[in-house]
Design a protein around this ligand. Structure first.
Ligand SMILES: [Zn+2]
Length: 261
């Protein structure tokens, strides 16, 4: 636990001078809390958001447990994952996931990297993670699996801790919304932070449901490509203010996370 005095000093630190960025910092803190309380992030994993006014930069906390992140812990990174301002704090060694994905995907404005547990079996077996319920249409037709051995060799530490590995992960993700990382976790991307949060939660939920369906046995009736395309097209037509429930998910889980904090 952080000493009480430090908690107070964090809370009292000045807000960012730009109100839009101050609001984004608030949302990043909330995203960390929600994902922690939903069991998507544990003591590890991270969530980032692209700078709304400088697309070559992004915001993410310093290296710490996600459930403890406060606005004062959020740092600004350049396109290569280097902090814009010098910092004495340690940084997430896997920040290159974020820098390389933002470089490769101009449509992406938020990224969640987690070790959400139920997803991992789908990264180490032949079973593909596929959408089994309507909220997971963004997974269609299936989530690709990143094999770190292909870029880092047999003797690797399983971490995406340099730009070369980040670039290879971005290549595996391609134009999709989710990629699994073999024996490690997954990465979820979205054009909005709140949508990235709901997708990260729904990826874990889908994995649970798919495993349950597999236990029942017999062929699984997955969402068809046509159904997933229709759902995603509906989402694309929806106003950003109500991205098919992402804001509803956000508001209710934000309240829940605050009462538990
Ligand atoms: Zn990781």
């Amino acid at each position: 636990m952080r000493p009480v005095r430090e908690w107070f000093s964090k809370e009292e630190s000045p807000r960012h001078a730009d109100p839009e960025i101050a609001g984004l910092f608030d949302d990043l803190v909330t995203a960390n809390q929600i994902l922690f309380h939903q069991g998507v992030l544990d003591s590890f994993g991270h969530v980032s958001a692209r700078h709304p006014k400088n697309s070559d930069r992004f915001f993410m906390s310093r290296a710490m447990a996600p459930g403890m992140v406060r606005a004062a812990d959020i740092l600004e990174f350049d396109r290569d994952g280097i902090p814009v301002e010098e910092t004495k704090h340690s940084l997430y060694v896997e920040r290159f996931i974020h820098s390389e994905l933002y470089k490769a995907r101009h449509d992406v404005n938020a990224i969640v990297h987690s070790h959400s547990p139920t997803v991992i079996p789908f990264s180490i077996t032949q079973a593909e993670l596929r959408p089994v319920f309507h909220r997971a249409s963004f997974l269609s037709p299936s989530a690709p699996v990143f094999e770190i051995r292909e870029v880092a060799g047999a003797r690797n530490n399983m971490l995406v801790n340099d730009p070369k590995r980040g670039k290879a992960l971005a290549a595996t993700l391609g134009g999709k919304n989710v990629a699994l990382m073999r024996g490690h976790g997954n990465v979820v991307v979205a054009p909005r932070l709140r949508l990235a949060v709901s997708r990260a939660i729904e990826t874990e939920v889908n994995a649970k449901l798919q495993l349950q369906a597999m236990l029942i046995g017999g062929p699984i009736n997955y969402l068809s490509a046509e159904e997933a395309e229709t759902l995603e097209a509906d989402l694309a037509r929806t106003k950003p203010a109500d991205a098919r429930g992402a804001d509803r998910v956000w508001e209710v889980l934000k309240r829940q996370a605050r009462t538990r904090a």
